[in-house]
Design a protein around this ligand. Sequence first.
Ligand SMILES: [Zn+2]
Length: 546
Amino acid sequence: MKSREPAEPPRLDYLIRAAAAHSMAGATYRAVGLSGPRIAAVSTDPDGLDDLAGQDTTIVDAGDLILLPAFADSHEHLMEASRNTLKVPVDRARSVAEFAAMVSAAARATAPGAWVETSVGWHESNLVENRLPTLAELDAAAPDHPVLARRGGHLAVVNSAALRAAGIEADTSDPAGGRIGRRHDGSRDGVLEGAAVYQVAAFAPAPSRADLAQALATGSAAYAAWGVGTIREAMINLEEFLAYQEAWEQRFLHVRVRPLIRVGSELSTDDAITFISGLGARSGFGDDRLRLWGLKFVLDGGAEGAALEQPYASDPSYSGHLNWDPADLTRVCVEAVRRGWRIGTHAAGDRAFRTLIDVYEDVVAQVGQLPPWTLVVEHGLLSDPQQRARAVRGGFGTTVQHPLLWNMGSQMLVTWGPERTRQVNPLDEWLAAGADLAAGTDLVRPFNPMTGIWGMVTRGTKTAGVQGPEHAIDVAAALRLYTMGTAALNGETDRLGSIAPGKLADLVAYSRDPMTADVDDLPDLRPTFTIVDGVPVHDPERRLAR
Ligand SMILES: [Zn+2]
């Protein structure tokens, strides 16, 4: 019998000697060797992998750098953010006048009657007036063009031409799960919330698939430059999925993407089930670059429409809205799970959270115990300890995004009031209860993950000061949620989330160690380089040049 040859030592494409490589699974290395798309070897000795280097190995002497696994965003809208690069960039406006001037300039460059759409990545807290542009201001800026200024996923401001184009008259009633804003005299004020946004947006022509694929190239590169390696794409439709496939074919995706397909609350239960059974695929389809995560349901609104147990601080007659009847949602989820789908459901308010746990418990009662991260709560901004305990018992993980509090904290102080705002996503209590959590952004624009880490560690916000400092967690825990946490959410802990031999080589390098740096310096950290799938995707200093 022939004796087995010793396994051929891996040929390294890169040998990186670093000040430290934090694995996120407890170990710290000083040398990391990459071979093709994978991490081939690690060593605690900076010279410990030298034997594996050959003629073709690029040796990166990075004794000044700290390596981490690339960030994995549990919930972000890469498609929206990428599409924004095709639209009026009002996220750069710093006043209502600047906002209106950009809309006006875009209208002048657009044929009369054609839609003018803004980026959705803006927020009024970036405008000195700290308010939405008004219908009258948009009318003045573009009297002859329908203007749609979507802000994030749940709110939009439009002008009169857009209301006309969408057939919204003075007596048009609110759609289920949305509100068409009115003034005190009953006339339209141009503000759309929830399903009303989609009702109007449906009339604006969509960009071509080729344009979207190209936009994904630009968009994903911007995220990679911030050290992101994976984005769980929180909501797309089927046409957008085709654009993703096109971007994937053309190797345009600079980050890995795990999309969720939206199942609209405007569908009847039967239509929703027909839609799902007609998809012809299920969770997990794809490859390491582009893999279907699952289905997306939206149960309530955002800061202005979240379903709350107690009325809004800003309006005692209003407690938000639920977009689904719980029994209907249960029925649709049962059918989806039976067809092999994982489910992520947007639940921002505490009433939505409680309702969703009811629904998920019913689903499990009907189909039996499910693997962790099959039924997922998106955001869970407000919850109480009993609800959290039920989520943990049921194995329902939650995606958490400090950047929502960071960005909208000042608005939540008004709509939800100070008590509820400081209780948003109490990560310390979640972790003490043993919850499955995965961190991300949901900002619809590239965002420095280190600002997110700073926020989880300090509870600091953009303009609302520190909210609920008692709910802070430490840097290592925050980094784990943003790497290992999302890998678990995606069912990929065997291949992503930490620095370990055999895992895919997604790495980010910083010139300071986030574990020991002054926490207030974290938002100033910029990646020196980012590697995805063993390939440099961001390397402005050419530290990885071969
Ligand atoms: Zn979202």
